[in-house]
Design a protein. Sequence first.
Length: 185
Amino acid sequence: MPPIHEKELLAGFDPADADTFAPLVLAYQNMLIAFAGRMLGGSRADAEDVAQEAFLRAFRHLQKRPKDTWEDLRLTPWLYKITLNLCRDRAKEALARGGSSVPVETLASQASDSFDPGLVMAIESAMRRLPPLYHAPVVMRHVDQLAYHEIAAALDVPLGTAKARVHRGTRLLRELLTPLLEEDA
């Protein structure tokens, strides 16, 4: 994935012209859809809905915010934060309806032929069993490869807290996967 130049994307955006938001959407859509899909564990359509709502909220916010304040905006963690909050809202709604907050879905069809579908499913299932406090930070760091400062900004926590959550979540994930890996050995 080519690097995203946040400042250039924001510089080209005119709040009065919705078409100028398109480059920002194109730069981030795959990343946010994939993140929402991993957080929700649902269909691609659900992930696309969440990403679309995240972009809509970002657009509306930028329209209200004075352009001279955009200089300090760190776009990547901000968009992740919006997407994460929408995923949390969806999970709460699902629980209120009596469903599962994070359904385990087979990723074998999405996995490359070079991966063992059983292992992919086991890892995905283990990640979904992580407590919510650790799930998002682990996905952001190890799957989406965000820097710790971006994770901290997205979660609105201090840098040390973000690092600790990634570390603890990774340790829990390892504990969940160890019995499975020992069975295969």
